[in-house]
Ligand binder design. Sequence first.
Ligand code: SAM
Length: 278
Amino acid sequence: MNRQLLKFMQKPQLYEPSSNKFWNDEHISKGMLEAHLNKEWEAATRKYDFVINSVEWISTIAPPSQKNKLLDLGCGPGIYAELFKHKGYDVTGVDFSERSINYAIESAKKENLDITYICQDYLELDLEEKFDLITLIYCDFGVLSDINRQLLLKKIYSMLKHDGVLILDVFTPFEHEGKKECKNWNYFSNGGFWCEKPYGCLEAFYKYESNTILNQSIVLTDDEVKCYNIWEHMFTCDELLSELKAAGNWNVEFYSNIIGEKYINNSKTLCVVARKEI
Ligand SMILES: C[S@@+](CC[C@H](N)C(=O)[O-])C[C@H]1O[C@@H](n2cnc3c(N)ncnc32)[C@H](O)[C@@H]1O
């Protein structure tokens, strides 16, 4: 165990994966579902007021009367999916968290909403159907490695109809501007976010070249050590544009965020509306 701990304590290679599942961990996924459902938290999803504004804006940019078939990637427990359905879209939601998808299915049943949910890794999605609109919301694109981002963009391009629209948001380098690499230890005597048992947690913040950061949590219990690596790549408009262009032809507009505010240079987030061109 000491050897493993020592290994985790060294700065990881770029995009080194976690040692254990994050979104599908029995304990962590309970906390993440709670975070998703709390309308005041800015954690697994954004605050509910923002979510509402976001759905309003998306429905003006790509109205359900014209862009009806919507695919929401990383849909979580269906918060956006249900609002999209109420707006009049024909909605399919994809997420690999079993707890979130089970919640989403139950909630849609209760609300009598006809939404299709698929429990799958979106990197492995292989659907015959084509969509008018694909969304990937709350900066999830940036957690993927360069290779997986390109793989996902090509997949999205192939799943969009001609003139279909992709809307996604990412963080920009201003999100962590001025922040230095750091580490700190904490002990949780009654358990906490990472584990239900007492545990120690070494949190580390690392910076890498080309606008990538790592938030790492090494979780130590009496019988094991786990390492969670949460990567975040941050984008400028030019970089996001060049990744999109490598996957296909697009007509692109940038905004500061996914509620459609005008793009400003020092915004911490960036939202792209990319229309597929053939
Ligand atoms: C930060 S949450 C955002 C959820 C939702 N888009 C929102 O804004 O409310 C990220 C979601 O993406 C899902 N997710 C992350 N990577 C995924 C992947 N490769 N395939 C499918 N779902 C994924 C997680 O399970 C989680 O529900």
